[in-house]
Design a protein around this ligand. Structure first.
Ligand code: GYE
Length: 333
C-alpha cells in the first residue's frame, strides 16, 4: 500500500469541529442533538443514485454518520438524473432544512437552484463531486477526492503493470457518466501522464459506461467487436471493469492477462476480481465521506463555515494485484 497524500485540509476541518465541541461544552444549549434538548440540525442530502458499489458504501456512510452525529437526515436518491436532484434540493429549501448537501451528477447547470438556496439562507456543502460555477459563494466547501490525481495515479499504476513491456500499447477507456466530475478529471489526469511520458500508449476507444456494471459490459463488448487488439482497459470505476470482465471472457480472452485492467474505487468486488488476477491494479477512491461531512455540517450550522477549507480532501492509497488477497479482509467497503 502506498500512501499518496495526507491532507492538512482534513485536519483543519477536524480541528474546527474540535473547537466547536469545546464551545459546546461551555455552552451545553448549543451542542447538537436530542440529549441536550437543543434543536437538532436537519440536513437535506441528495444522492446521485445507486449506480455502483462505491455509491452504496457512500450512502451507508452518510446515513450512519448522520445518526452517530445526532443530525436528522432527509435523504433522496436521484437515480442519476439532474432534474431529480434539482427537485430534491428545491423540496429541501421548501422544508427549510438547516443545511443542504448533494453529490452533483454532472458539473454544470446548478447556478439557478444554488442561488435559490442562498436566497433562502440555507448553506450548501458539496460531497464527492464538484460543480462548475461562476459564483464561488454558492457553496461553502466540497468534501471529496481529487479525481484528476486519481487519473494520474491510474497511469502510474499502468506503468507498473506494463513493466518490461516493449512496443505500442492500445488502450480502451470506459468513461464514467458523461459530464460528471470524476469522468472528466480521471480522463484528464490519465491523459496528462500518457502525453508527457508515454508516446507508445494510444487510447484507441473511449466511451461512457455510466459507472454501471451493465454499461461496462455492453460497451466493452462493442469495443471488442471493433478492435481485435486491445492491450489495456482503463475503467473509471470497478463496477464497469467487472462488467467488462464478463465481455472479455465471453470473447474468449483472459482478463488481467490478455487485456490488462486498471480501475478506480477499490470496492469489495473490485478487490475480489483483483485477488483473482482479473484486475491488475486499482486506484482507491474512498467513499466513506460521512464523518467528514457531518463535521463540516456542524461547523457550517454554527455559522463558522468560513473557517473551513474550500475543499476537504480524502486520504487514499493505490493497490496492485499482488497486494489484493492480503488487503481484502480489512477492506471496509
Ligand atoms: O468512482 C463511481 C461512482 O463520484 C467518486 O461515482 C464517485 C464515482 C465513483 O459511481 O463508482
Amino acid at each position: 500500500m502506498i500512501d499518496r497524500r495526507s491532507f492538512l485540509t482534513a485536519s483543519a476541518a477536524a480541528s474546527a469541529a474540535g473547537m466547536l465541541a469545546a464551545c459546546a461544552k461551555k455552552n451545553p444549549a448549543k451542542s447538537a442533538g436530542s440529549q441536550t434538548g437543543s434543536k437538532q440540525i436537519t440536513l437535506g442530502f441528495s444522492q446521485v443514485g445507486s449506480e455502483s458499489g462505491w455509491r452504496a458504501a457512500n450512502t451507508q456512510s452518510v446515513k450512519q454518520a448522520a445518526a452517530a452525529a445526532g443530525i436528522a437526515l432527509k435523504f433522496s436518491d436521484a437515480q442519476q438524473k439532474q432534474e431529480n436532484q434539482i427537485s430534491a434540493i428545491r423540496s429541501y429549501i421548501a422544508q427549510k432544512v438547516d443545511v443542504i448537501s448533494f453529490s452533483p451528477v454532472v458539473v454544470t447547470g446548478w447556478d439557478t437552484v444554488l442561488k435559490e438556496a442562498k436566497a433562502a439562507n440555507i448553506p450548501v456543502i458539496l460531497t464527492d463531486r464538484s460543480v462548475e460555477t461562476s459564483d464561488p459563494s454558492l457553496y461553502v466547501t466540497l468534501v471529496g477526492s481529487d479525481f484528476e490525481i486519481e487519473g494520474e495515479r491510474a497511469a502510474h499504476l499502468l506503468e507498473k503493470v506494463l513493466a518490461g513491456h516493449k512496443g505500442p500499447v492500445k488502450i480502451a477507456q470506459l468513461e464514467g457518466t458523461t459530464g460528471a466530475a470524476p469522468a472528466i478529471e480521471r480522463a484528464k489526469g490519465f491523459a496528462t501522464i500518457m502525453h508527457a511520458s508515454h508516446p507508445e500508449w494510444k487510447i484507441i476507444a473511449s466511451q461512457t459506461g455510466d459507472f454501471t456494471r451493465a454499461g461496462g459490459k455492453q460497451v466493452m463488448a462493442a469495443f471488442l467487436q471493433a478492435h481485435a487488439d486491445i492491450d489495456v482497459l482503463f475503467s473509471h470505476n470497478d463496477d464497469m471493469a467487472i462488467g467488462a470482465i464478463q465481455s472479455i471472457q465471453a470473447a474468449g480472452k483472459t482478463p488481467g492477462t490478455d487485456i490488462k485492467i486498471v480501475s478506480v474505487d477499490g470496492v469489495h468486488d473490485g478487490f475480489v476480481a483483483m485477488s483473482k488476477g482479473q484486475i491488475n491494479a486499482i486506484v482507491e477512491c474512498n467513499p466513506l465521506l460521512g464523518p467528514q461531512l457531518m463535521d463540516a455540517v456542524k461547523v457550517v450550522h454554527a455559522g463558522k463555515g468560513s473557517t473551513l477549507p474550500r475543499w476537504i480532501k480524502t486520504k487514499e492509497s493505490d493497490y496492485t494485484a499482488d497486494q489484493a488477497a492480503a488487503a481484502l479482509p480489512s477492506r471496509k467497503y
